[in-house]
Design a protein around this ligand. Sequence first.
Ligand code: CA
Length: 229
Amino acid sequence: MSQLQPLVLVVEDEPSQREILLYNLESEGYRTCAAETGDEALMLIEEEQPDLIVLDWMLPNVSGIEICRQIKTRAETRNLPVIMLSARAEEVDRVRGLEVGADDYVVKPYSVSEFLARVKGQLRRTRPASVGQVLTYEDITLNAETYRVMRGAETVKLGPTEFRLLSTFMEKPGRVWSREQLLDRVWGRDIYVDTRTVDVHVGRLRKALKAHGGSDPLRTVRGAGYSLG
Ligand code: CA
């Protein structure tokens, strides 16, 4: 696996519907987690930091619309893509869903391939390397499908961890990542790794990127972490 696959949170109270969604997403290679209620969803968003949310409109207690509104008004979750699912095909509902900030809207019954295409479409924007997009930053090019990294005309040789690190940086140039955030994204939450390990691998990545000359594109931000550019 070239990098840690995106994590999709499914929020749906009906067990059979939920299982189908999870099955289809997992068949496509995504990691998944699931919630039955809005409160549970908000808790999981904070704990698991999913890359995308599939949110059913009809939920007990708090509706999907209200959860979407909450996600989109909080600064920490505003950029998290939300795909709303609804059995209601009326234009007014679709508009309402998009008004509260849903990034896309899928009407049940949906075709699996169309649903998965919508998921991929959202991830192309937020996690481009994970869906095989070629990323470029200055003279560096990263191809997540062929695992090839080039700097100018030279091939950059990277180990799998350095590759995942670089793709994380290249998905969001300029963003400062803390060591903990890099651990979650590159190593995964379930693995215990010391934060100093991050420094070791960033050091290796730097060395590999400069192997054929050129400036150091990675920046160490004191007390904060690392960023690309
Ligand atoms: Ca439901």
